[in-house]
Design a binder for this molecule. Structure first.
Ligand code: DOR
Length: 426
């Protein structure tokens, strides 16, 4: 269907400009604002007072299918993505069968083909069993179908295995995307090893379990020349290691998640909604992560959307499963807590959520320019609302942002010129 989006503030490669957008054949064409040009648009949408940005891309989501349909499905997870303004997601490989061969990957690709509401590109694993220990996966055969290789949920436990993985991944031109966690340092911990854990008798996860592998892997990336990306960075040490590696010109990048930028251990409650891996860390770590996104040491924000059943999340901090949902709250909480408070600009947030992830992972789009795929998000930055998990499209409902009053609402998400989500709330 042809469409005309009129009178919006559009995020163009030159920054925000008043423009009209004509959508035809799945592509976008940028017209002067209030264009008098006649178009044959079948639908005209007045976007006065709204902004239009390149659709967000989340390089770190758990869609749980195949294998864990009771937690999430590709249909519900990508509906959540569309509702959150995302036009592209990369799905993590802790599913069953484990995508370590093309045959196993096929099961997931078939469901994506049938059910995905936004562009969905799966990860292949690094190791055969996605356990950070077994032999390497069939990277070469999977490469044409995957965004990158990751054992997310598990750290690669030896330097030798990581080096071999990097050498293999480099030949395919794909990144190694690492969940950094040295299991020998965990000792059964489940929240940050800090003041809250000590005061409330919880077992802690030390920061070193993360940064020791970031350090090892940035050195291996330097040695092998492989492209390397760090998942869900949560510690100040990891930020500094990445910053230094970038200064040396190493081919490294990293993501952090909204909850690490907005919350810290001081916000913890005895509730599964506050449990994820890595954990919420100290205020100092949170502040270092904010510095990291500001100076480019951290390249992008990903949600680590990790849905679980209500039962799995009802066992407090000690007993609940690790993981919170994030796709349907990310933009609003980041806009409210970082942009509205003057910590970063809206342009910077769009770079972190749209432009940089696509660039780094070689995914199409991320740009509003003539002839580009019409992957767009229409936002009302003046609308406030209360986060109500009962309204989520995701099956997962556990979020630390439940009940928050936030500003900035997704009105329309468009993928290849088709509307994937349109707000119907009163
Ligand atoms: O909190 C988390 N949940 N961290 C991970 O690394 C895995 C994820 C999951 O799959 O639930």
């Amino acid at each position: 269907m042809t469409m005309l989006l009129k009178n919006a503030e559009v995020f163009t490669p030159e920054g925000f400009k008043p423009r009209d957008l004509f959508i035809s054949d799945g592509k976008v064409f940028v017209l002067a604002a209030d264009s008098s040009e006649t178009t044959d648009a079948v639908r005209i949408i007045d976007c006065t007072g709204k902004v239009i940005v390149p659709g967000f891309t989340d390089v770190h989501v758990h869609l749980r299918e195949p294998g864990f349909f009771y937690k999430e499905s590709i249909a519900t997870g990508t509906a959540a993505a569309a509702r959150g303004g995302y036009t592209c997601v990369c799905s993590m490989p802790n599913v069953k069968p484990v995508p370590s061969t093309v045959d196993a990957l096929r099961a997931q690709l078939d469901i994506i083909e049938k059910d995905a509401k936004v562009k969905t590109v799966p990860y292949g694993t690094i190791t055969m069993e996605q356990d950070g220990r077994s032999s390497l996966s069939d990277m070469e055969a999977m490469a044409p179908y995957v965004c990158a290789f990751s054992d997310d949920g598990k750290g690669v436990q030896t330097a030798q295995l990581m080096e071999e993985a990097m050498i293999r991944a480099k030949r395919t031109g794909k990144l190694i995307v690492a969940h950094c966690e040295d299991e020998s340092l965990l000792h059964g911990g489940y929240i940050h090893d800090g003041a809250y854990a000590r005061a409330h008798g919880h077992r802690g996860i030390c920061s070193k379990s993360e940064w020791i592998q970031v350090q090892r892997d940035t050195e291996l990336s330097e040695k092998t020349g492989a492209g390397y990306h760090v998942c869900h960075i949560s510690t100040k040490e990891s930020v500094e290691i990445l910053r230094k590696a970038k200064e040396r010109g190493v081919d490294v990048s990293g993501e952090t998640a909204p909850h690490y930028l907005i919350l810290c251990e001081d916000d913890l409650q005895e509730d599964g909604r506050f449990k994820m891996n890595p954990p919420l860390r100290s205020a100092e770590d949170r502040d270092a992560l904010i510095e990291g996104i500001k100076d480019g040491s951290i390249d992008m924000i990903a949600t680590d959307h990790a849905p679980h059943s209500a039962e799995e999340k009802a066992k407090g901090l000690a007993g609940s499963a690790f993981g919170i949902v994030g796709l349907e709250t990310a933009f609003s909480v980041l806009y409210t807590c970082l942009v509205k408070k003057g910590v970063i600009t809206l342009e910077k947030l769009i770079e972190l959520m749209s432009v940089n992830p696509r660039k780094r992972f070689g995914l199409e789009g991320g740009l509003i320019a003539d002839g580009q795929p019409a992957d767009l998000t229409v936002l009302d930055l003046n609308r406030s609302y209360r986060i109500d998990p009962a309204r989520f499209a995701s099956k997962g409902r556990a979020t630390p942002f439940e009940g928050w009053e936030v500003q900035g609402k997704v009105l329309i998400t468009m993928v290849n010129g088709e509307i994937a989500y349109e707000e119907t709330d009163a």
